[in-house]
Design a protein around this ligand. Sequence first.
Ligand code: UD1
Length: 376
Amino acid sequence: MIKILNIVGARPNFMKMAPIIRSMNKHSHKMKHLLVHTGQHYDQKMSKSFFEDLGMPRPDIDLGVGSGSHAEQTARIMIEFEKVCLREKPNLVVVVGDVNSTMACAITAKKMMIKVAHVEAGLRSRDMTMPEEINRLCTDILCDYLFTTDHFADENLRAEGIPEGRIHFVGNVMIDSLLTHMEEAKKNGTCEKLGLRPGNYATITIHRPSNVDDRQRLAGILEALQEIAVDIPLLFPMHPRTKKMLQLFELQDYVPPIGEAAIGKLEKGLWSTEPLGYLDFLNLNMNAKFVLTDSGGLQEETTVLGVPCVTIRNNTERPITCEVGTNMVIGNNKGKILEIVKKVMSEERRKGAVPEKWDGKAADRIVEVLLRSFNE
Ligand code: UD1
């Protein structure tokens, strides 16, 4: 029996881990697994609601670390997770994505001589101002199993001298979740409930420190959004970091919350909501004219949905979404945002292609590799 600790911490981890747990459950006679939540994200709308939407089991262990500076948060996770490893003595720790929880648990386990698997390995933005890039580099160099989503990731790992035997191209677990929940999301009618017409509104997510922690930059993005919103309703589910910064910079008047009265008849304008659940947000994204974002995962989801994605960043660790998908990485200059959005608004919806192995079976491939390797 292989004993595994599966780690989640922040919102983008949940949809990556859900299909892995499902695949592991198919082999319960060979694998015993526990779900560890570090508590990096803790608000109901950033955490628990995703467990419900994704049909995930409740965490077996909650480290409850909460927010803090990078060093504080990473250190707290390491201290608490070390105790869990000592107690549970796992054969394997599985980490996903690139958040602080990913790196903290990988380092802790590896130093205790426990094997570690990284799902979504090899992504590189080459931008060392991104905390996620540091997390990705530190995690990948340590891990025994590197599960990748595309050929760019494989090439990045090889170029860093990672032995071929550690690299496994399995596809994209985030897309496993998307495909599993697509029909359910289609039926839940979020778009209609808000009074939005399919193809006649856009969704916005902006939360990266590079966009929201600088007042001038954030104001420039909001000014661009306000101009766009003259022609089309823009729906902006607000990440807690963004909400906090808007209040600090006194910019919250740019993005008023949707009032009760407006629900069901949302008009042109820039509107904020609380963070949305997985199914609601998927429904809104699949019906959107376009998505404007600085998120990583949304670049991938829109590629599969065939929805144009305007990425407000100077780089991406997911170039495959530009190569074959619908993604355009355009920076955060106000004039450029307006120019590109104008173009996207005038175009018919264009469908990108779906990258190889983004087919809903990535988690099964991961479990196959693990079973084969542990049997040997
Ligand atoms: C983290 C990830 C980022 C990911 C994002 C998705 C790292 C370094 N960053 O960024 O890669 O794209 O999650 O959401 O791991 N907060 C709350 N409630 C919560 C969680 C956070 O109010 O449930 C607030 C706190 O004020 C906190 C701030 O948001 O200080 C930032 O949270 P944190 O987990 O540090 O980073 P994110 O910006 O969420």
